[in-house]
Design a protein around this ligand. Sequence first.
Ligand SMILES: [Zn+2]
Length: 228
Amino acid sequence: MLPILNDIISLFYPSYCYVCGKPLTKIEKLFCTDCLFNLPLTNNHLYKENETTSLFYGRANINYASSLFYYNKGSNYKVLLHNLKYKDKKEIGFELGKFLGLTIKESPYIKNIDYVVPVPLHKKKIQQRGYNQSSYIAKGIAEIIKTKINEKTLIRTIYTKTQTKKTKIERWKNVKEVFDINNNLFNNKHILLVDDVITTGATIEACVNIINKKSENTKITVTSLAIA
Ligand SMILES: [Zn+2]
């Protein structure tokens, strides 16, 4: 679309901050400057030891992990992830993915990624929801770090019900064997595994363990928009 046309349209249909609801200026995207400034960033990417990496100690063999921001029950920023996941707001994934991509580019602990790999959804869930939210985060990251996306190698073979109302043990059992590896493209590669939110880490753990079991010499770095 012509930039001018975009401006004219936004005159009639202003966008609003997803977090506080204020109208956005032309240069603001997704949220206003105040809400951007107050986003509770982890700065994980600047520290070799950080809470996202340590969540996987003794559970899954990864190279490194980082999340962009903190997220808890009462957080105003929860609405961003809810809109991304359930309300068709794919641009939240793409724009925040670019933001996350900038931190990855800047991190001394994440170098030479071969593939950006979104945590897969089952085919049936993609049909229901229309898209995989993590694919849009991966697209944003891939654009910034100039790397290919791979959505063919890691697949979800078993359809599972939503995780949100489950306990930690139930979640782990629920995802333990739902992923599989479809081809050998991960052999001798460094992959960046991308999720929207890391809560217990059970989903990532299941992905990492199947990759390590079935691919040869794969280095795995994990990243997510938020850590709960
Ligand atoms: Zn705002």
